[in-house]
Design a protein around this ligand. Sequence first.
Ligand SMILES: *[C@@H]1O[C@H](CO)[C@@H](O)[C@H](O)[C@H]1NC(C)=O
Ligand SMILES: *[C@@H]1O[C@H](CO)[C@@H](O)[C@H](O)[C@H]1NC(C)=O
Length: 287
Amino acid sequence: MASLFFIFLLLLLPHLHVHGSLNTETSFHQNYEVIWGHDHVVFLNQGKEVQLTMDNSSGSGFGSKMAYGSGLFHMRIKVPNRNSAGVVTAYYLTSEGSRHDELDFEFLGNREGKPYRLQTNVFVEGQGNREQRLRLWFDPTADFHSYRILWNQHQIVFYVDNVPIRAYKNKTNIGVGYPSKPMQIQATLWDAESWATNGGKTKTDWSYAPFKANFQGFDVSGCQVLTPNSKICSSDRYWWNKQNFWQLDPVRQTQYERTKHKYMTYDYCTDRNRYPQIPLECLESSN
Ligand SMILES: *[C@@H]1O[C@H](CO)[C@@H](O)[C@H](O)[C@H]1NC(C)=O
Ligand SMILES: *[C@@H]1O[C@H](CO)[C@@H](O)[C@H](O)[C@H]1NC(C)=O
C-alpha cells in the first residue's frame, strides 16, 4: 500500500508544482541577490522573506543570480498598502542588452481605498506595447498571493493564484515575435508617478513613505542557461516543457476566459485607437 501511495504521489508531482503551494523555505540568498537600493532591502525570517522599501531617496530591487531559458517561475508577493498611488511593484523576467525580451507583472498602486491594477506586458526584441490590465478579485495588500510565469517553447502563461490571466502563444509561424533570450528573474519597487496611476495624473504622496512590498518563495523551477546558445532548455526532460504544458487544459481555458471577461480593464488587443489594425498575435479567438 505504502509503495502504491508513493507512486501515486510521484504521478501527482508535476501538477503540484504548478497548482500546489510553492516552497517558502528556500533562502533568498540561494538564488537571488540585491541589484539596487541595498540599504532599502530588509531580510526577514532568516532570508525566507524579503521586504523591498522605497522612500524619496531610493527604491530597491533584486534579481536571480542565474539566467533561465524556460521554466515555471513564481513569487509570493504582498504589495504596499494604504496610499500607493504612483508606486509600482514589479515581478518580471528580462534579458540583458539591447533588443531585449521581457515578461512583466506590474502592480500599479492607487490612492487609499482605490483598487490596484495588475498590468502584464510582453516584450520581444525590445518591442513591448502589449499591455493588459486587470483588477484583482482580492486585496493584494492584505496577504501574500502567488504570481507565476510559465515559459516554454509553446506558450507563456501568467497565473494569479493558479488562475491563468494571460496566455501568449508561440506564433512565430505567422511572424509574431516570441521571447528566446536567456532571462533573469527580477523584482523591483519604484516610483512611476509619471504614468502608473490615472495615466500619471495622480502622483506619489511621499508622506506615506516608506512604501513596502514583501516577497516569499525563492525556490526556482527554471532551466539555467550556462552558455548563451543553450538549446537544452526546450528539452522535455524539464516538466514545464512536457505536452500538458503546451496549452491550457479545458478547465483552465474556461477559467481564463471567465477571468478576462470579468476582470480585464484594458487590453491592447481591443484598443483600436492605438492599433487600427488588430495585432497579429491577438487574432485567434482562443487567446
Ligand atoms: C525626504 O523625506 C524626508 C523624510 O520624510 C524629508 O525630511 C526630506 O525633506 C525629503 N526630501 C526631499 C528631497 O523631498
Ligand atoms: C516557436 O515554435 C517553433 C515551432 O514549433 C519552434 O521551432 C521555435 O523554436 C519556437 N520559438 C521559440 C523562441 O521558442
